[in-house]
Design a binder for this molecule. Structure first.
Ligand SMILES: CC(C)(COP(=O)(O)OP(=O)(O)OC[C@H]1O[C@@H](n2cnc3c(N)ncnc32)[C@H](O)[C@@H]1OP(=O)(O)O)[C@@H](O)C(=O)NCCC(=O)NCCS
Length: 187
């Protein structure tokens, strides 16, 4: 798990517009830098390249530097009429955390997976990643099972699943570009 969020709230001014859009080639270096500074075992650059064009690969772009302040990678796998979505990667820049961006990225990805036909969505998360687990739980994900030593450093993962038929996809207080005006949602 990455270091705790920075207390420097000035890094992303309160009125800063954040746009969520599909990832493009030009974003990949920023995405990769954020990945490397976030995760102990980061994806290689080529992994992000392979998801270019995927509707569930989204970035959060701010008007300031760094331009890319978050991303989510997700896709849908056909599964005999009950397609399965997979949230594979999600990160928000430490200076931009705690302002609804992670939830907004996740919800945009879930909306894309739903419109692409996913019935269920799964993800894996480190069992010590309290912030991410709280976010996923508050969107309706439930732990399905624990995978011992899933990560290369030996940590276990929870597999969490969400039935999209039961997911509340109503907008967050009318703001879908950064979530700052959303109502608080308990975990
Ligand atoms: C997990 C992560 C994406 C959350 O992004 P964020 O923009 O800070 O999250 P949000 O501001 O949208 O918060 C959404 C919810 O997450 C949970 N959450 C966020 N930060 C938290 C923290 N420090 N402690 C506990 N819960 C936290 C809360 O449930 C929060 O809802 P609330 O604001 O109604 O209480 C971000 O912390 C991150 O990038 N972490 C490192 C990478 C990572 O762990 N990715 C997930 C891999 S599975």
């Amino acid at each position: 798990m990455s270091p705790p969020p920075s207390p420097d709230d000035d890094a992303l001014p309160p009125d800063e517009e954040v746009v969520i859009r599909q990832a493009e080639q030009a974003d990949l270096l920023d995405v990769f830098r954020l990945e490397r500074s976030t995760f102990p075992q980061p994806w290689p650059f080529s992994a992000f390249e392979s998801f270019l064009g995927e509707r569930g690969f989204l970035v959060a772009q701010s008007g300031t530097s760094p331009a890319i302040v978050g991303y989510v990678v997700s896709d849908t796998t056909p599964n005999y009429g009950r397609d399965i979505g997979h949230v594979k990667d999600l990160a928000v820049h430490p200076d931009a955390r705690g302002r609804g961006l992670g939830r907004t990225l996740l919800r945009r990805a879930l909306g894309t997976l739903a419109s692409d036909g996913s019935a269920l969505v799964k993800l894996e998360v480190r069992t010590t990643n309290d912030a991410a687990i709280a976010l996923y739980r508050s969107e309706g994900f439930e732990p399905l099972r624990r995978i011992p030593r899933y990560y290369a450093d030996g940590e276990d993962a929870f597999v969490m699943v969400l039935d999209l038929a039961e997911w509340d996809d109503s907008p967050l207080d009318g703001n879908d570009s950064g979530g700052r005006t959303r109502e608080s949602r308990g975990a």
